[in-house]
Design a protein around this ligand. Structure first.
Ligand code: 2AM
Length: 491
């Protein structure tokens, strides 16, 4: 038998898989393609992959035989049982040190489990976020690989050459241990939900608040795209708003206002609740989609619930539009601050050493949230890899301070107009909570102790013989009841 020629194998010849193969082929790698329905292998070789170095395989055994060692095999198949099924089918043909890579939309707990299972058998596992859709897969996606750290040197060149490049730097780096690649991809998707919701709220304010037409709003977004908000999502929003139906009406106004979701935003929000981290903006973005989904109920409500009379705007319109740009920017800073807080918290819990500057660099290009802004986040974490929060970075600290007055004016005006701004508002509420030395949780603790004897701690500086430092204190608030605390008391 001839010596193996394949640099990497890929299983799953849907469009993403095919495009990723063609992309890797363009970068000089020999890819061996396999698919459950093997007729797709022949179709692919005869059409899209015609004239390339791509090799086909008609069985798992043939695929493994054609790969150089350590074997590297990417799965791009439906998340869930299909991934486990292929891993099982591959195992008999793999040898120590071979690498299975899951590039699908797997939920990170599955990737944690698979890393452990494969490592126990002497194999290596990588769960990689792949972002950028079909277009990204073909010409340069954002790749977020994590898992068995020993696999990285073997896949680094292929991954970094295949990924999108920004200023000569690849949008791919090693994320961290076990399920961290898929975790980071999940947070990326959550942040994408947040960015989209913020843009939608800005559109709503411009349209219903200021009464500006879609084509003029498109011009505003085009202008914003030259400043701090320069990003793919702002760019496509301008293009969408300019796009007219055959009758000259903006097409966007004819689209039913009911948003769908596949679930990764929800996963992020759930992960945030599980981690006890206040990722409020992504949460609101998910809830806004939920509220949009009950269209029929909203229509009925709109007939019987009145808001304020919306008066036409009498202030300086351009100033307000500039304020709105700052509100969007500040809210976006908060959203990313929250996203990175979540990753830090989870990393602590799961003992991951996450590469935060690398994560921001991976998102700078090739994916939906790509932006100039992510370059600034990269710099912040390059300056200080242990940065507690983006708001402690000089650049972002100055940026939110500058944005603050306009941000508040926009939200205040939207509230008066009765235009909902869940994402803008929650960002500001988080900001005001985060910068508060004292929040009213003292009262919550008092309530908990009053009704459930849950105890509380004393505020520093307020100690006295009854309120002892570092002690769980229970007070008999009513004069009735006992002095028993919740640890030994169940009401
Ligand atoms: P297929 O072409 O044989 O259907 C996207 O659906 C990709 O995932 C396709 O390559 C598809 O293979 C594969 N896929 C989906 N479900 C699968 C399963 N249960 N087992 C194996 N491959 C599956």
């Amino acid at each position: 038998m001839s010596a193996p020629v394949g640099d990497i194998g890929l299983i799953g010849l849907a469009v993403m898989g095919q495009n990723l193969i063609l992309n890797m082929n363009d970068k000089g790698f020999t890819v061996v393609a396999y698919n459950r329905t093997t007729s797709k292998v022949d179709d692919f070789l005869a059409n899209e992959a015609k004239g390339t170095k791509v090799q086909g395989a008609h069985s798992i055994q043939e695929l493994c035989a054609k790969l150089k060692r350590p074997r590297k095999i990417i799965l791009l198949v439906k998340a869930g049982p299909a991934v486990d099924s292929f891993i099982q089918q591959l195992e008999p043909y793999l040898e120590k040190g071979d690498i299975v890579i899951d590039g699908g939309n797997s939920h990170y707990p599955d990737s944690i489990r698979r890393t452990k299972e494969l490592e126990a058998k002497g194999l290596l596992f990588v769960g990689s976020g792949v972002s950028g859709g079909e277009e990204g897969a073909r010409h340069g996606p954002s790749l977020m690989p994590g898992g068995s750290t020993a696999a990285w040197p073997a896949i680094k060149e292929i991954f970094q050459k295949t990924a999108a490049q920004v200023n000569g730097e690849p949008c791919c780096d090693w994320v961290g241990e076990t399920g961290s690649g898929h975790y980071v991809k999940m947070v990326h998707n959550g942040i994408e939900y947040g960015d989209m919701q913020l843009i939608a709220e800005a559109y709503d304010i411009l349209k219903r608040g200021l009464g500006i037409s879609e084509s003029e709003i498109a011009d505003i977004f085009t202008t914003w795209n030259k400043g701090v908000l320069d990003s793919f999502l702002i760019e496509i929003t301008a293009n969408i708003l300019k796009f007219n139906d055959d009758d000259g009406e903006p097409l966007v106004t004819k689209i039913l206002d009911k948003a769908g979701q596949k679930g990764t935003g929800k996963w992020t929000a759930i992960a945030a609740l599980d981690a006890g981290t206040a990722v409020t903006l992504i949460g609101e973005a998910v809830f806004a989609r939920c509220l949009s989904a009950i269209k029929e109920e909203r229509v009925r409500a709109s007939k019987v619930i009145n808001g304020p009379q919306r008066e036409s705007f009498r202030g300086d319109k351009q100033q307000f539009i500039d304020d709105l740009e700052q509100a969007l920017y500040a809210s976006k800073i908060i959203s990313y601050t929250q996203g990175f807080m979540l990753m830090r918290e989870t990393a602590k819990e799961l003992s991951w050493n996450l590469n935060y500057a690398g994560i921001a660099r991976m998102w700078r290009g090739g994916c939906i949230i790509k932006s100039v802004f992510l370059g600034d986040i990269t710099s912040a974490y390059e300056k200080n890899k242990d940065l507690e929060s983006l708001l402690f970075d000089d650049f972002f600290n100055k940026a939110v301070h500058k944005a603050q007055p306009g941000w508040r004016r926009v939200i205040a005006q939207a509230v008066l107009w009765g235009i909902p701004t869940p994402a803008f508002s929650t960002a500001l509420a988080f900001f005001d909570g985060y910068r508060s030395e004292v929040v009213p949780a003292n009262l919550l603790q008092a309530q908990r102790d009053y009704f459930g004897a849950h105890t509380f701690r004393v505020m520093p500086g307020k100690e006295n013989p009854r309120l002892v430092k570092d002690r769980d204190i229970h007070i008999n608030w009513t004069g009735r009841g006992g002095n028993v605390s919740a640890s030994s008391y169940s009401a």
